[in-house]
Design a protein around this ligand. Structure first.
Ligand code: NDP
Ligand code: GUE
Length: 292
């Protein structure tokens, strides 16, 4: 029987532990952990994500600071905002919602965030700490995928993993996390030859491409664990639907366990952001990491 991995339930469990760790922080510091989210423009999907992040932060007992800026905001204005948030002691985590409009330089902006507040794990220092095996903040989506994988498989040591996609946000940090857990990792991308044959070798498949149903069910090795990060909006039978990168119905017949879209990785991304904000808050105040 294939296990459908319930990311929503797992995220709720993690959320309960996070909210239990807030009173201790508040006693020690006299305030709540604070998350600042920066959104530029009015992309509807980004607005929904930003709102759900703010709502979740407040629900768990954190403070949420939302900075919604006009589409035409300049790089200099944004850099000045990041500098203010870096200096603001009530802000423990800063997230700049991506993608940004074309006239803005995302890498420069993300690199301006103080690494101690980089709850998205996108700063080059965070990426370097992860690659070096040093403690730092880990990109939310890969961290959530790792938690789901370990909840299903226990130890990942010695398993063959393939990560499809090599973005700084998802694919690369995912591959680093799996490598650190002693997987043998293949990283596939748009120039990869014979993707089907490579996927068929893998005990763990993480798909982070953003193309609906591009990974076919009959590529999956029997019993493999499949984590579907991709989210694409498609019209099916006249209705808008959110679907993943993996052909779910057929993959679910062969896989040992698989995440659905929605209800898999998405809810974990929001909760690992809360997890990272809590960790950043504790660490910035030199408190020992909370038990999560
Ligand atoms: N559920 C969640 O919480 C989250 C979901 N997402 C979703 O995950 C998906 C990926 O996000 P992100 O990493 O930011 O996207 P990017 O567009 O930055 O990266 C996509 C990656 O897929 C690769 N790719 C493109 N086409 C193919 C192909 N035909 N075969 C193999 N690889 C291919 C690209 O390769 P190349 O490098 O060669 O161009 C690239 O590395 C999106 O759908 C996004 O919405 C993202 C974050 C969180
Ligand atoms: N700096 C930055 N960090 C990000 O982490 C980041 C980003 N920019 N830009 C965009 C992507 C996308 N992303 C998602 C978050 C939650 C869901 C999510 O909760 N999805 C629900 C469904 C929600 C729906 O129905 O639309 C689910 O899968 O169950 C999806 C996608 C974070 N991203």
């Amino acid at each position: 029987m294939t296990k459908i991995i319930d990311g929503k339930a797992f995220a709720e469990g993690l959320g309960a532990k996070i909210s239990q760790s807030i009173p201790h922080f508040a006693e020690q510091t006299g305030r709540r952990p604070g998350l600042a989210v920066v959104l530029v423009g009015t992309d509807p999907a980004s607005e929904i994500y930003v709102r759900s992040k703010g709502r979740m932060a407040r629900k768990l007992g954190m403070e949420s600071f939302e900075h919604i800026l006009d589409e035409g905001v300049s790089q200099e204005e944004l850099l000045a905002l990041v500098a203010r948030l870096n200096a603001d002691d009530s802000v423990d985590g800063i997230l700049i919602q991506l993608p940004l409009p074309g006239h803005l330089d995302s890498l420069e902006l993300v690199s301006a965030i103080h690494p101690a507040k980089d709850v998205d794990g996108l700063h080059p220092v965070s990426a370097g700490l992860l690659a070096s095996g040093l403690p730092g903040l880990v990109s939310c989506t890969p961290l959530g995928c790792l938690m789901l994988l370990e909840s299903v498989l226990g130890s990942l040591s010695g398993l063959d993993a393939i990560v499809v996609g090599r973005s700084i946000l998802v694919g690369k940090p995912m591959a680093q996390l799996l490598l650190a857990r002693n997987c043998t990792v293949t990283i596939a991308h748009s120039r990869t030859a014979n993707l089907a044959a490579k996927v068929a070798q893998a005990d763990i498949v993480v798909a982070a491409v953003g193309q609906a149903d591009m990974i076919k069910g009959d590529w999956i090795k029997p019993g493999a664990t499949v984590i579907d990060v991709g989210t694409s909006r498609v019209i099916r039978d006249g209705q808008q639907k959110l679907v993943g990168d993996v052909e779910f119905a057929s993959a679910a017949k062969t896989a040992g366990a698989i995440t659905p879209v929605p209800g898999g990785v998405g809810p974990m991304t929001i909760m690992t952001l809360m997890h990272n904000t809590l960790l950043a808050a504790y660490r910035r105040n030199r408190l020992a990491d909370p038990a999560l």
